[in-house]
Design a protein around this ligand. Structure first.
Ligand SMILES: [Zn+2]
Ligand SMILES: [Zn+2]
Length: 141
Protein backbone atom coordinates (compact mmCIF):
# COMPACT_ATOMS: atom_id res chain seq x y z
CA UNK A 1 0.00 0.00 0.00
CA UNK A 2 2.65 2.52 1.15
CA UNK A 3 4.65 3.17 -2.01
CA UNK A 4 1.67 2.93 -4.33
CA UNK A 5 -0.38 5.33 -2.19
CA UNK A 6 2.51 7.77 -2.07
CA UNK A 7 2.75 7.78 -5.88
CA UNK A 8 -1.01 8.22 -6.17
CA UNK A 9 -0.95 11.08 -3.63
CA UNK A 10 1.71 12.85 -5.70
CA UNK A 11 -0.32 12.38 -8.86
CA UNK A 12 -3.46 13.78 -7.23
CA UNK A 13 -1.54 16.90 -6.16
CA UNK A 14 0.12 17.52 -9.53
CA UNK A 15 -3.14 16.75 -11.30
CA UNK A 16 -4.79 19.55 -9.33
CA UNK A 17 -1.89 21.90 -10.02
CA UNK A 18 -0.85 21.97 -6.36
CA UNK A 19 2.68 22.12 -5.05
CA UNK A 20 3.94 18.78 -3.88
CA UNK A 21 5.37 19.10 -0.40
CA UNK A 22 6.26 16.34 2.03
CA UNK A 23 3.42 17.34 4.37
CA UNK A 24 0.81 17.57 1.63
CA UNK A 25 1.73 14.15 0.24
CA UNK A 26 1.47 12.72 3.77
CA UNK A 27 -1.93 14.35 4.23
CA UNK A 28 -3.34 13.02 0.93
CA UNK A 29 -1.87 9.60 1.72
CA UNK A 30 -3.61 9.60 5.08
CA UNK A 31 -6.96 10.49 3.50
CA UNK A 32 -6.48 7.82 0.82
CA UNK A 33 -5.79 5.16 3.43
CA UNK A 34 -8.59 6.25 5.80
CA UNK A 35 -11.73 4.13 5.83
CA UNK A 36 -13.94 7.08 6.75
CA UNK A 37 -13.83 10.89 6.58
CA UNK A 38 -11.44 12.31 9.22
CA UNK A 39 -11.74 15.35 11.50
CA UNK A 40 -8.94 17.94 11.69
CA UNK A 41 -8.02 16.56 15.10
CA UNK A 42 -7.75 13.01 13.76
CA UNK A 43 -5.65 14.26 10.85
CA UNK A 44 -3.39 16.19 13.18
CA UNK A 45 -3.02 13.17 15.52
CA UNK A 46 -2.19 10.91 12.59
CA UNK A 47 0.40 13.26 11.13
CA UNK A 48 2.19 13.53 14.44
CA UNK A 49 5.43 12.11 13.11
CA UNK A 50 5.44 14.46 10.12
CA UNK A 51 6.63 18.04 10.61
CA UNK A 52 3.29 19.50 9.63
CA UNK A 53 1.54 21.72 12.13
CA UNK A 54 -2.13 22.43 12.68
CA UNK A 55 -2.05 25.69 10.68
CA UNK A 56 -0.38 24.00 7.70
CA UNK A 57 -2.95 21.21 7.83
CA UNK A 58 -5.73 23.81 7.97
CA UNK A 59 -4.33 25.69 4.95
CA UNK A 60 -3.68 22.54 2.95
CA UNK A 61 -7.21 21.24 3.53
CA UNK A 62 -8.50 24.61 2.34
CA UNK A 63 -6.39 24.44 -0.82
CA UNK A 64 -7.49 20.84 -1.45
CA UNK A 65 -11.15 21.82 -1.07
CA UNK A 66 -10.76 24.70 -3.53
CA UNK A 67 -9.00 22.40 -5.99
CA UNK A 68 -11.85 19.89 -5.64
CA UNK A 69 -9.68 16.91 -4.66
CA UNK A 70 -11.33 16.51 -1.24
CA UNK A 71 -14.80 17.21 0.16
CA UNK A 72 -15.98 18.00 3.66
CA UNK A 73 -18.79 16.47 5.62
CA UNK A 74 -20.69 17.98 8.55
CA UNK A 75 -22.36 15.19 10.48
CA UNK A 76 -24.41 17.41 12.77
CA UNK A 77 -21.81 17.61 15.54
CA UNK A 78 -20.24 20.86 14.27
CA UNK A 79 -17.11 18.95 13.47
CA UNK A 80 -15.99 18.99 9.84
CA UNK A 81 -14.64 15.78 8.45
CA UNK A 82 -12.58 15.50 5.29
CA UNK A 83 -12.37 12.80 2.65
CA UNK A 84 -10.79 12.30 -0.75
CA UNK A 85 -13.17 12.73 -3.70
CA UNK A 86 -13.16 9.53 -5.65
CA UNK A 87 -15.55 10.89 -8.21
CA UNK A 88 -13.50 13.84 -9.46
CA UNK A 89 -16.13 16.36 -8.42
CA UNK A 90 -15.89 18.87 -5.60
CA UNK A 91 -19.65 19.05 -5.18
CA UNK A 92 -21.02 16.03 -3.42
CA UNK A 93 -22.08 13.28 -5.74
CA UNK A 94 -22.61 10.67 -3.05
CA UNK A 95 -24.61 10.60 0.19
CA UNK A 96 -23.05 10.16 3.64
CA UNK A 97 -24.07 7.75 6.35
CA UNK A 98 -24.08 8.82 9.99
CA UNK A 99 -24.46 6.27 12.80
CA UNK A 100 -26.54 7.78 15.59
CA UNK A 101 -25.01 5.43 18.13
CA UNK A 102 -21.23 5.59 17.58
CA UNK A 103 -21.13 8.74 15.46
CA UNK A 104 -19.28 7.05 12.62
CA UNK A 105 -19.46 8.95 9.32
CA UNK A 106 -19.07 7.09 6.06
CA UNK A 107 -18.86 8.06 2.38
CA UNK A 108 -21.44 6.02 0.46
CA UNK A 109 -19.33 6.27 -2.67
CA UNK A 110 -21.19 3.48 -4.43
CA UNK A 111 -24.44 5.47 -4.45
CA UNK A 112 -24.76 8.09 -7.14
CA UNK A 113 -27.14 11.00 -6.55
CA UNK A 114 -28.15 13.07 -9.55
CA UNK A 115 -26.82 16.62 -9.45
CA UNK A 116 -29.77 18.92 -8.88
CA UNK A 117 -29.14 22.14 -10.75
CA UNK A 118 -32.55 23.32 -11.86
CA UNK A 119 -34.64 23.80 -8.73
CA UNK A 120 -37.05 26.63 -9.51
CA UNK A 121 -36.68 29.67 -11.73
CA UNK A 122 -34.22 32.09 -10.13
CA UNK A 123 -32.82 29.59 -7.62
CA UNK A 124 -29.10 28.84 -7.57
CA UNK A 125 -27.90 25.59 -6.00
CA UNK A 126 -24.55 26.07 -4.29
CA UNK A 127 -24.27 22.87 -2.32
CA UNK A 128 -25.93 19.50 -2.39
CA UNK A 129 -25.60 17.24 0.61
CA UNK A 130 -27.54 14.13 1.42
CA UNK A 131 -27.25 12.39 4.78
CA UNK A 132 -28.60 9.02 5.70
CA UNK A 133 -28.87 8.40 9.45
CA UNK A 134 -29.27 5.12 11.28
CA UNK A 135 -27.18 2.41 12.87
CA UNK A 136 -23.99 0.96 11.43
CA UNK A 137 -23.50 -2.83 11.20
CA UNK A 138 -21.53 -2.84 14.45
CA UNK A 139 -24.16 -0.89 16.42
CA UNK A 140 -27.21 -2.70 15.03
CA UNK A 141 -25.99 -6.17 16.03
ZN1 LIG B 1 -22.27 2.73 14.89
ZN1 LIG C 1 -17.92 11.54 0.99
Amino acid sequence: MGKHTEKLAGEILSGAGLKRTYGRVALIKLLLEAQNPLTRQEISDNLNGVNFNYVSIYRSLDAFLKAGIIHKVEAGDRNWRFAICHCGSSSHCHPHFICRSCGKVECLSGLKIPQIDKLKPGYVVEEQEIYIRGLCAHCSS
